[in-house]
Design a protein around this ligand. Structure first.
Ligand SMILES: [Cu+2]
Length: 129
């Protein structure tokens, strides 16, 4: 196989991979150009989050900095209800050790639930005020 043909196959595979990660999951593998130093941070290790409560300001988009410290797939999603039906943000799943910067849209004041969709026991509360 020629190098050119091999490269085209790789590009096609990458395109398929990108197309396959739809569903609204969001994750940036680099920080935004201007990361607010007050951005909420959370990490995962031993199938657990390091924090039970996160607090963010209401009605303002924010960046959630998520550090996955282990070679296990995790994400952070945000739900408006404890029954986890009304999802307001779906973070992309990834294995660590790695960090992702989740672009979370503005949320109305209230108490939300954050959870790892892969491990439902990993959860906490997001206080938006
Ligand atoms: Cu998880």
């Amino acid at each position: 196989m020629s190098a050119f043909r091999a490269a085209r196959l790789v590009l096609a595979a990458v395109g398929l991979a990108l197309a396959g990660c739809g569903g609204g999951a969001a994750a940036d593998d680099h920080p935004p150009a201007s990361l607010d130093p007050n951005s909420p941070r959370i990490s995962a290790q031993a199938i657990a989050f390091d924090q039970a409560v996160l607090t963010v300001p209401a009605d303002r988009p924010f960046t959630l900095v998520f550090e996955n410290r282990e070679n296990v797939p995790h994400n952070v999603s945000i739900y408006a209800d404890s029954g986890r039906q009304d999802r307001r943000f779906e973070g992309g799943v990834f294995s660590g050790p790695a960090t992702r910067w989740y672009p979370v849209p503005a949320l109305a004041p209230g108490t939300y639930v954050f959870v790892c969709d892969v491990h439902p026991s990993m959860s906490g509360h997001l206080v938006v005020s």
